[in-house]
Design a protein around this ligand. Structure first.
Ligand code: ADP
Length: 351
């Protein structure tokens, strides 16, 4: 069998490489042929790329350098290059010498790099969240064991602080495990037709003592259509609503009021928690349902944090995931200094 010409090899490669970008250049790095994807990347018709220099077509010194290396060494050169509009896409590039030139094969790895970045941020965030309470525990324990404190009241106070930080750590770990189970899709929801009134009543019962300690009044909004049922997992929906109620109490002022209720909206049931607390500044509204996103830790009165757990920025991410697992969604209306209403919608059960 005779050896394929570069043009034949290029055509065969083009047919096999699906979404990848392939470009054939001559020894002077002028484009001899380009696949359609290469045209998309260069923002012009692939045919019109013919005869252009590689650098003029794609404007990437990294790609040009790789190609030059492969030509001068006569061996395959591999690397990465940022290309496309605003260099927003990252490609893994292989430059393969052929007779009279090179075949360049470019594989888009932007998504992979994005995932890696998210994972790095995630680990950095967890590290930071774990480090803070651990540092406090260590300092408190050191002070206690050094014997520097001999007053029993102060010792008790230090021990209480250690306990509080340990509780915070435990809550953080629980939330992380919860989030990872929900995110992985490993949770199977036990869906049933629920009386929304019972969901709200159970939430009120659970948030009551916390709100009381914080001098916040919790009220139930009047009952709507008694025949409506929500199609949801009682434990998960209860957890989501409780998270919203916790936040409403946490970000309320002393003497504030939290209102919990529900209403049918189209083919869904919306459970909402309204407060007249500190609200969310405009700049943060977009990102507040992301995991680890916090507006500002100092906004929560630290002294009262004990019953409310710490603030890791995971609560709303969990609520969002629970809503989405049900095929529903979350939302909010909020104004800084005035208050917020957060809601979760789940499907309405058929009559
Ligand atoms: P956190 O553990 O920090 O409360 P969440 O994910 O539950 O984490 O909330 C993210 C951020 O959203 C909080 O840090 C807070 O700044 C803001 N937030 C949530 N609920 C409310 C609310 N009802 N009123 C004002 N701000 C809120």
């Amino acid at each position: 069998m005779s050896e394929p010409t570069p043009a034949e090899a290029f055509a065969a490669l083009l047919a096999r490489r699906g979404d990848d970008l392939v470009v054939l250049v001559d020894d002077f790095l002028r484009i001899a042929s380009a696949g359609p994807e290469a045209g998309v990347l260069a923002e012009r018709d692939a045919d019109s790329l013919r005869g252009m220099s590689l650098i003029a077509a794609f404007g990437s010194a990294a790609l040009d350098g790789l190609a030059r290396r492969a030509i001068s060494a006569g061996v395959v050169a591999s690397g990465e290059a940022d290309l496309g509009h605003l260099n927003a896409r990252r490609f893994a590039v292989d430059a393969v010498p052929v007779r009279g030139g090179l075949v360049l094969s470019l594989h888009d790895i932007s998504a992979l790099r994005r995932i890696e970045r998210v994972r790095r941020d995630f680990v950095a965030n967890i590290g930071h969240e774990l480090r803070t309470p651990l540092t406090s525990i260590k300092l408190l324990a050191e002070t206690l064991s050094s014997g520097a404190v001999d007053d029993p009241a102060t010792m008790r106070d230090f021990s209480t602080q250690v306990e509080r930080e340990a509780d915070h750590l435990a809550q953080l770990v629980d939330e992380l495990l919860d989030l990872s189970t929900i995110e992985s899709g490993a949770t199977t929801l036990s869906l049933e037709a629920l009386d929304p009134e019972e969901v709200v009543a159970s939430c009120l019962e659970r948030i009551g003592p916390v709100a009381e300690r914080r001098d916040v009044r919790v009220v139930r909004l009047p009952r709507r259509d008694a025949s409506v049922r929500a199609w949801a997992d009682p434990a998960r929906l209860g957890q989501a609503l409780l998270n919203l109620a916790h936040n409403a109490v946490k970000y309320s002022h002393h003497g504030g009021e939290v209102r919990i209720g529900w209403e049918p909206i189209g083919d869904r049931v919306r459970f909402s928690v309204a407060d007249d607390g500190i609200g969310v500044p405009d700049a943060h509204k977009e990102r507040i349902f992301e995991r680890f996103y916090k507006v500002d830790r100092s906004r929560v009165r630290q002294k009262d944090d004990t019953q409310l757990g710490g603030s890791a920025g995971l609560g709303l991410a969990i609520v969002r995931h629970i809503a989405e697992a049900h095929g529903g969604e979350v939302g909010m209306a909020t104004e800084e200094g005035v208050g917020s209403t957060f809601w979760i919608e789940v499907p309405r059960a058929g009559d």
